[in-house]
Design a protein around this ligand. Sequence first.
Ligand code: UDP
Length: 245
Amino acid sequence: MERKITKVLNYNVDLFNFNEAKEFIKDKLDKSEGMQIVTINPEIIEMASKNYEYSNIIQNAGLIVPDGTGIKLALKLKGINQEKIPGIDIAKSVIGICTEKNLPIALVGAKEQIVEKAVENIKKEYPSLNISYARNGYFNDNEEDEIINRIKESNARFVLIALGAPKQEFFIKKCMAKINNAIFIGVGGAFDVWSGQVQRAPEIYRKLGFEWLYRTIKQPQRIKRIYKTLPLFLIRAIIESRKSV
Ligand code: UDP
């Protein structure tokens, strides 16, 4: 399957719809090819623009899905109607594929009780799924090699890393230097949701593109993150779209 890449503020974004993205990943799983999936959003672009190494990781990912309203709006300004692909949803469907294909998965991230509960709930939903490795996301740099070895030995073919951005993408890069047949995805707060600890926005908010508003009301500490990046991101996206007319 050919990728359809466009740029948002000079950053690559894949223009697959949800099902195409799923098929693309399935194909990689079938071929035992490794890759990193990045769920791009305005915050990630902002961080990448300030950090060359991070920017390299983001730009060179095997699949870059538009996760959220900010990127969707920026694409709309370019005349592109793009479906949002939330990382948590695409990760969930790949877990489904791994269950069908009997491929082991690994989970690294979040607090101990959270990751344990997330594993428990995922197993309830997919009883035949093989979760070959799971651990919390609180470790020191000197423990990283050991953790990467454990992921490798577990033969996991789909590895979910929930450390938040940019930490998870940097860790995935290190993993990929040693593991070449697994698909890695950074899933931010997904384990918090799967554990039942954090509630996801109701469907209506998600459909209307207001998931960010719901999350901000529930976790007001997020307001700083949004207000620091979103307005400037949108202004830049508008300027960029005017230039290309
Ligand atoms: N986290 C972690 N180790 C760390 C820092 C964060 O495992 O050193 C986890 C944290 O417990 C949470 C997730 O990373 O589960 C970050 O979630 P957040 O909602 O901030 O991610 P976002 O999706 O907003 O990037």
